[in-house]
Design a protein around this ligand. Structure first.
Ligand code: ACO
Length: 429
């Protein structure tokens, strides 16, 4: 293939370099398009064809259903690695040695406290507040207690900021849930592994002498967090990168990412899936009725947990999660009719030409909520759990963006409004 793309506009030809990624993906480098053509831009709402950056963190091939973090397949990482190792891998590019991993964990533990004033902010929220709103606000509030901006030229400062947020974020997550459940806030147990500590912080009851770890839950949460840890330039990650590109701080960029993740078309889908499955159950379990609604263009209903912007054959994470859902519920001895409805819906959709033709398959969130529910996590906390998993990915992407000295993100637009018109004053009363 020639290394040049030619674009012809009004009979005039312009040449642009083609660039190749390490997996042979091809992109037209149009950095010089506007200046070369005297103002022509590309129009691509939703950035369906636009590469916003070069990145060495995550590779995915939506057609083949491949997802790799730093070259390692998601299947292998989910089976053999733990979440903290994966976090280190994503952020720093290589798997840590045992020594580096120990140091990473102990540095995180040193920062596993939040200022007491954060409790006051949490207390000011009504119990009805959505946990994602609370989490986003508390993450942003951390800037007030850690006001100095990170000098990204200093590896040490960068590292300190990273271990600080990895230490504090699980506390915010656990406190958000405890507040919702009316439980007293609890700081956790530094003798535990990262994921075990998260579970204890979330679930320890006030009168409980000793919190017994359930290895099934630890394993399931570890896996879920790994599967959610990064997903290249999705809506929330692009948000983190674009906010960070103005040199806003790490915590502010993460808080923006949390807000972006909240929506039901993105991370909020896991909550929406469960609510949908509950509604179908309440309505008598008639999956066919809901399939028809999903296909009816006059009905706004969508089959939540189905479809993905990039996966057009299957979502490799969904495959792993479906098996995990079966295992976790089986191991915990839970029989959940919701799981049967989900399986029924999936089977029907996979045989239905509407879904097949549009390449709509279950995504990662179709089954994750069922596991979270089995673990005793309230439905409106599901997206918070997603944020907890995505944290290392957001950090890795923010770090990469700053280290590569990317310019401020500032897209162009095609203006379709009124051309200039004269202001005619009206008589105000
Ligand atoms: N149910 C019914 N129809 C659907 C669904 C669905 N879940 N998803 C897409 N379609 C249809 C659209 O109506 C459209 O049909 P048309 O071509 O006849 O107009 C076609 O499939 C293409 O859909 P788009 O919305 O254009 O696809 P896009 O790539 O923009 O959206 C998205 C992807 C947002 C994930 C979409 O599939 C969706 O809304 N799914 C449900 C929400 C969801 O599960 N989100 C989680 C995504 S995973 C994650 O963020 C972790």
């Amino acid at each position: 293939m020639a290394n040049i793309a030619t674009i012809e506009i009004d009979g005039k030809k312009y040449e642009f370099p083609l660039v190749k990624g390490s997996e042979d993906e091809v992109a037209i480098d149009i950095k010089a398009l506007r200046s070369a053509t005297g103002g022509v831009i590309t129009l691509d709402p939703g950035y369906k064809n636009t590469g916003s950056c070069e990145s060495a963190i995550t590779f995915l091939d939506g057609e083949k259903g491949i997802l790799r973090y730093r070259g390692y397949s998601i299947e292998e990482l989910a089976e053999k690695a733990d979440f903290l190792e994966v976090a280190y891998l994503l952020i720093f590019g290589e798997l840590p040695s045992a020594e580096k991993l120990n140091k990473f964990h102990s540095d995180i533990k040193k920062h596993s406290v939040v200022d007491d004033d954060v409790k006051k902010i949490l207390d000011a929220f009504p119990k009805s507040a959505h946990p994602m709103g609370v989490l986003s606000s508390l993450t942003s509030a951390l800037t007030a207690f850690n006001p100095s901006s990170v000098n990204v030229e200093s590896e040490e400062e960068m590292y300190n900021a990273i271990v600080r947020i990895l230490g504090k974020f699980p506390i915010l997550v656990a406190w958000t849930m405890r507040k919702k459940k009316g439980l007293p806030l609890y700081y956790g147990d530094s003798s535990l592994g990262y994921v075990e500590n998260i579970l204890k912080m979330m679930f320890k009851q006030p009168n409980e002498e000793k919190y017994e770890q359930n290895p099934i839950l630890v394993n399931a949460l570890d896996k879920l967090l790994i599967l959610h840890a990064d997903h290249e330039q999705n809506c929330s990650t692009s948000t983190v990168r674009i906010v960070g590109s103005s040199h806003a701080g790490l915590f502010a960029s993460l808080s923006a990412g949390i807000s972006a993740l909240w929506g039901p078309l993105h991370g909020g889908a896991n909550q929406a899936v469960l609510e949908m499955l509950e509604a179908i159950k309440e309505d008598g379990g008639d999956t066919k009725k809901y399939m028809a609604k999903a296909k009816d263009k006059n009905d706004p209903f969508r089959l939540m947990g189905f479809g993905h912007r990039v996966y057009k054959n299957f979502d490799p994470r969904a495959k792993i999660i479906k098996i995990a859902a079966d295992e976790v519920l089986g191991d915990l001895g839970i029989e959940d009719p919701i799981l049967d409805i989900a399986k029924g819906l999936e089977k029907e959709a996979l045989e239905d030409s509407y879904f097949v033709d549009r390449k709509l398959y279950p995504n990662v969130d179709f089954y994750s909520g069922i596991i979270y529910r089995g673990m005793g996590i309230p439905t409106d906390m599901f997206t918070v759990m997603f944020a907890l998993g995505r944290l290392p990915g957001w950090i890795a992407q923010w770090r990469e963006m700053r280290l590569r000295k990317e310019p401020i993100g500032r897209p162009r637009q095609m203006y379709t409004g009124e051309t200039e018109r004269k202001f005619a004053p009206v008589n105000k009363r």
